[in-house]
Design a protein around this ligand. Structure first.
Ligand SMILES: Nc1nc2c(ncn2[C@@H]2O[C@H](COP(=O)(O)OP(=O)(O)OP(=O)(O)O)[C@@H](O)[C@H]2O)c(=O)[nH]1
Ligand SMILES: [Mg+2]
Length: 256
C-alpha cells in the first residue's frame, strides 16, 4: 500500500455546519485521552459531537461514554473493518454519515471531533472529512519519531507529543523532539502534553478555541458573500489534488 494516496475529496462547504476536527496518530499515543480532555475543556462552552473509529470494536466510544465527559448520545462509533486510514482518507462515507447523523440528531453543532483508529506515520484525514487535523505522537516510541517525518507529523495543523511524564522513563529527550519536529513542520505548531497530568489538555483546548474563532469568521464571511452574489457563485473548492487510487476497501459500519 503506497504512502502517497492523494486526496480526491473536496473540502465541504463550511457554511452552516460544525468544524470537523480529525485526530490521528499511532496506536496508543493518547488520541482517546485527548478527545476526553477536549470534551472536558470545551464541552461547557461548545456544542460537541464525537465520532470514533476502531477496526473491530466500539472500544473508544465505550471508553468515552464510561468516562462521562460528554452526553453518550453525542458519540457515534464507526467500525472500519479495514486499515483505519482507509476510512478517514479514501472511503470516508461511513465517517461522513456519522458526522451528519450527529448534526441531524442535535441540530447545529459547533465542533465534531473524529478520532481515527491508531495507524502509522502515513495516516492523514481527507480534507473532505476533516477541516483541521491533529496528529498525536507519544514519547514512548523514542525521541527519534518526529524526525522520521511522514505526512501526519509534517502536515497536520497541530502536532501533539503526549505522555511527557514518561520521557525520563524511556530516555526521550523532549528538546530533541521539539527541534526535529520544528525542522520538518515549516512553522506549524507543536504542543507537548501529559494528559495524565492535565486532564483537560488545556494547551490543546486553547489551540482548538483559536481555530474555532477563525472558522466562525470564515463561515460568516462566506455567508455574507453568498448573499451579496444572490447565491449564484460557486464555492472556492480546491481541485488541485484530484487523483484516483486503487486498493480494496472493506465496508465500514456505524454503531449508534
Ligand atoms: N503516562 C501517560 N499515559 C497516558 C497519557 N495519555 C494517555 N495515556 C494512556 O495511554 C494509553 C492509551 O491511551 P489512548 O487514549 O487509549 O490512546 P489511543 O491513541 O486512543 O489508542 P488507540 O485508539 O488504540 O490507537 C491509556 O492507557 C492511557 O491512559 C499520558 O499523558 N501519560
Ligand atoms: Mg483511541
Amino acid at each position: 500500500m503506497g504512502a502517497h494516496h492523494d486526496d480526491h475529496h473536496d473540502a465541504a462547504d463550511p457554511r452552516g455546519r460544525a468544524l470537523r476536527l480529525g485526530i490521528g496518530g499511532p496506536v496508543g499515543s493518547g488520541k482517546t485521552a485527548l478527545v476526553a480532555a477536549l470534551c472536558r475543556s470545551l464541552g461547557p462552552s461548545l456544542r460537541l459531537g464525537v465520532v470514533t473509529n476502531d477496526i473491530y470494536t466500539t472500544e473508544d466510544a465505550d471508553f468515552l461514554r464510561r468516562a462521562g465527559v460528554i452526553d453518550p448520545e453525542r458519540i457515534l462509533a464507526v467500525q472500519t473493518g479495514c486499515c483505519p486510514h482507509t476510512a478517514i482518507r479514501d472511503d470516508i462515507a461511513a465517517n461522513l454519515d456519522a458526522v451528519e447523523t450527529l448534526e441531524e440528531r442535535f441540530g447545529e453543532l459547533d465542533l465534531v471531533i473524529v478520532e481515527s483508529g491508531g495507524d502509522n506515520l502515513t495516516a492523514t484525514f481527507s480534507r473532505g472529512l476533516a477541516d483541521r487535523q491533529i496528529f498525536v505522537l507519544d514519547v514512548s516510541g523514542g525521541d527519534k519519531v518526529p524526525r522520521k517525518g511522514g505526512p501526519g507529523v509534517t502536515t497536520a495543523d497541530l502536532l501533539v507529543v503526549n505522555k511527557t511524564d514518561l520521557a525520563p522513563l524511556v530516555g526521550a529527550d523532549l528538546t530533541v523532539m521539539s527541534r526535529d519536529a520544528a525542522a520538518v513542520r515549516d512553522g506549524r505548531p507543536v504542543l507537548f502534553t501529559s494528559i495524565r497530568e492535565d486532564k483537560g489538555a488545556h494547551s490543546v483546548a486553547e489551540w482548538v478555541s483559536g481555530i474555532m474563532g477563525a472558522w466562525r469568521h470564515q463561515r460568516e464571511q462566506k455567508h455574507a458573500h453568498t448573499h451579496t452574489h444572490d447565491q449564484t457563485q460557486t464555492q472556492d473548492h480546491d481541485h488541485d489534488q484530484d487523483q484516483d487510487h486503487d486498493h480494496d476497501h472493506a465496508a465500514p459500519t456505524v454503531t449508534p
